[in-house]
Ligand binder design. Structure first.
Ligand code: GTP
Length: 344
């Protein structure tokens, strides 16, 4: 029996993993893909985004959400049963894609493929690290010293050895392919510089590909034949031998309410909050008073994006839910009450 290839997509919060997977679904060239989406927090924004694309190429039933934060901590309870269910299907997928939560260390997940029940039936075709060129160019979780020096000057509290940077380096060190995404937002010189920096953190032979909105050919992304679970020891990690890893350094919570008064009110509430607190990511689905469509909200660092993705369905209640993810110690009460100012 041949093993089902699985691609693990890592990448820091907001790097563009969901966007890349949407592109892949639209360009799967006849491959039957199943997706395992590891949400951070229990509001399935990425799963909803993938399902919400209203396209035949999106395999509604083949999108499985893991909502327990970190795959590596819930391997036995959550990840393994989910994998086995996919593998046991009468008509199993041709390829499985795993979107990690954006705060996940890749290595423990790859290790899960060594479990006897999985090892004989699935293999890690490749670990893909998606890098947010815009964020790295701005010196956020960059190894680039010039950018980092600039960021340091702007922010004396920036810690070079922060878990953010370790996570970034771990994702690169485990990768079989690096995708430098958001290439549209950064000039050519900066891209070349970032590639040089990334080159120091990746294993030899690993290629870097530039993308805009994750637009990469399925033939480049899938079929790397890495069998990553077999050579896991060749992939260094800051957390080798460390059973207690770092996701405890992050906080996440959900702000839930009814309708918001308007899009501007929400943006006005969010922008100063992101600046004042250690917020890495805000995303969610929002009901806007008087509007039949659902508003998707995405903030990555200081950039806030929003668009109406589809009409609310009759059976859905018009609830607004925003997931806030940040460094440990977020002032949840202050953030919650400031966001609530936007509600109708
Ligand atoms: N300009 C630009 N924006 C992008 C690109 N790729 C993604 N984005 C935007 O960046 C935001 C985050 O993208 P997502 O695909 O949700 O990122 P993610 O990695 O899945 O995020 P998490 O799951 O929260 O970690 C969205 O607003 C995207 O529209 C790109 O190449 N260029």
């Amino acid at each position: 029996m041949s093993k089902i290839p699985t691609t693990v997509i890592t990448g820091f919060l907001g790097a563009g993993k969901t966007t890349l997977i949407r592109h892949l679904l639209h360009n799967a060239k006849g491959r039957r893909l199943a997706l395992i989406v590891n949400e951070f927090g229990d509001v399935g924004v990425d799963g909803a985004l993938l399902r919400g694309c209203n396209d035949d190429a999106c395999p509604e039933d083949d999108i499985v959400e893991l909502a327990n934060g970190c795959i590596c901590c819930t391997v036995a309870d959550d990840f393994l049963p989910t994998m086995l269910k996919l593998l046991d299907r009468a008509n199993p997928p041709d390829h499985i894609i795993i979107e990690t939560s954006g705060l996940a260390l890749p290595k423990p997940l790859v290790k899960a493929f060594q479990w006897p029940e999985i090892r004989t039936r699935a293999t890690v075709d490749g670990v893909v690290a998606l890098i947010d060129a815009d964020a790295v160019a701005a010196g956020r979780f960059a190894t680039d010293e010039a950018a980092l020096a600039l960021a340091r000057a702007a922010d004396p509290s920036l810690d070079h050895d922060s878990p953010l940077e370790e996570l970034y380096e771990d994702q690169l060190a485990c990768a079989d392919l690096v995708i430098l995404n958001k290439a549209d937002m950064v000039d050519a010189d900066a891209l070349t510089r970032i590639e040089g920096d990334i080159g120091k953190d990746i294993r030899s032979g690993v290629k870097i590909v530039r993308t805009d909105h994750g637009a990469i050919d399925a033939g480049v992304l899938l079929g790397l034949f890495a069998e990553a679970e077999e050579d896991i020891d060749a992939r260094p990690s800051h957390h080798d031998g460390d059973p207690d890893h770092d996701h405890n350094d992050f906080d996440s919570f959900v702000v839930t309410g009814g309708e918001i008064a308007g899009v501007d009110a929400l943006v006005q509430a969010m922008a100063p909050l992101i600046e004042a607190h250690d917020i890495l990511r805000i995303k969610g689905m929002v009901a806007v008073a008087g509007r039949p469509a659902r508003l998707l909200v995405q903030a990555v660092g200081p950039r806030i994006q929003h668009y109406f993705d589809r009409a609310w369905k009759a059976e859905e209640s018009r609830l607004s839910q925003l997931v806030v993810i940040g460094q440990k110690g977020l002032d949840q009460a202050a953030i919650d009450s400031a966001l609530r100012a936007a509600f109708a």
